[in-house]
Design a protein around this ligand. Sequence first.
Ligand code: NAD
Ligand code: ZN
Length: 355
Amino acid sequence: MSKMKGLAMLGFDTIGWIEKDIPKAGPMDAICKPIAISPCTSDVHTVWEKALGERHDMILGHEASAEVVEVGSLVKDFKAGDKVIIPAITPDWETVESQSGYSQHSGGMLNGWKFSNMKDGTFAEYFHVNQADGNLAHLPDEIDVEDAVMLSDMVPTGFHGANNAEVEYGDTVVVIGIGPVGLMAVAGSVLRGAGRVFGVGSRKKCQEVAKFYGATDLINYRDGDIVDQIRDAMNGKPVDKVILAGGGLETFDQAVRMVKPGGIVSNINYLGTGDYIKIPRVEWGLGMGHIRVTGGLMPGGRKNMEFLSRVIKNGRLDVSPMLTHRFSKLEDLEEALLLMKDKPKDLIKPVVLVG
Ligand code: NAD
Ligand code: ZN
């Protein structure tokens, strides 16, 4: 058998099943077949918001747990039959950017993001992983194969938001947007010792799960200006950190208006539309407020996956409350992706068991 099928972006606004050759492994690479897969809001930005530009017949997806089916001659630590965690971001580890600590941008801006961006992704019977020893991680027996899919992107992205916000013991943290990424930013902030965590979101299901992960306050952006609501709850005081994981460009303005001098605004949202971000001059201390505004693509790679998997394996984080919709065959991916696009009220994350 040399052909496989996959769910692809056929062009802007269009997805469909296509047939392609099964990819081949270079000397350092691996070919994997998915065990469980999850669609991401980023796939939605890519197809329906034209965020990355045109892509033709590109297989979507960058989240999966998988089984290795073939490795290249130079791969040392993985072999056919191994169960693995697939990071959404698979950098080229020999690049100067990687050596400088920004592997996400290995070879150029965002170029560590290969699946469903620069090459075919995980929504297929087989997919290719570059630099297997640097990018795969063994899946511990104690972690469920569906839970493991949350290690691909949701856990590392949410935790990256908390890391970039430099959350410290006792910090007051606002997480704007409590979809799966924001929920993991709540969980990551709590693990880093935040004292008070505001979760900003409107859906009841997300609010419930935010509480589960340790949000102390829930703010609904449909109930009025969130800056006013948070300031009221804080008795007029600013917060220490803000993590942006949902909403649009306006959230930067809101964040700068609610954070303290010296505070940090940490964006992990994929800004799919718009041209410029506005920062309010006065609240930014006339340019002198020491408010840092930063944003980052999640770090991928083996070490990150191994470290984060310990957090789940040893019971410090339970990702299962995020898995609200379960499917049981590859063909169901289309429905799962459309769910991610339409975001019904009770949805956090769908997962498709295929292996
Ligand atoms: P999501 O759409 O499920 O969650 C975002 C939430 O924000 C939704 O529940 C939405 O209702 C809510 N929201 C909308 N407007 C809002 C507002 N004004 N204020 C507060 N909340 C508002 O998405 P997700 O899967 O949790 O992903 C969040 C973002 O992270 C997406 O843009 C995704 O593409 C991006 N992402 C980034 C990375 C990265 O590496 N930085 C990785 C994965 C995903
Ligand atoms: Zn993603």
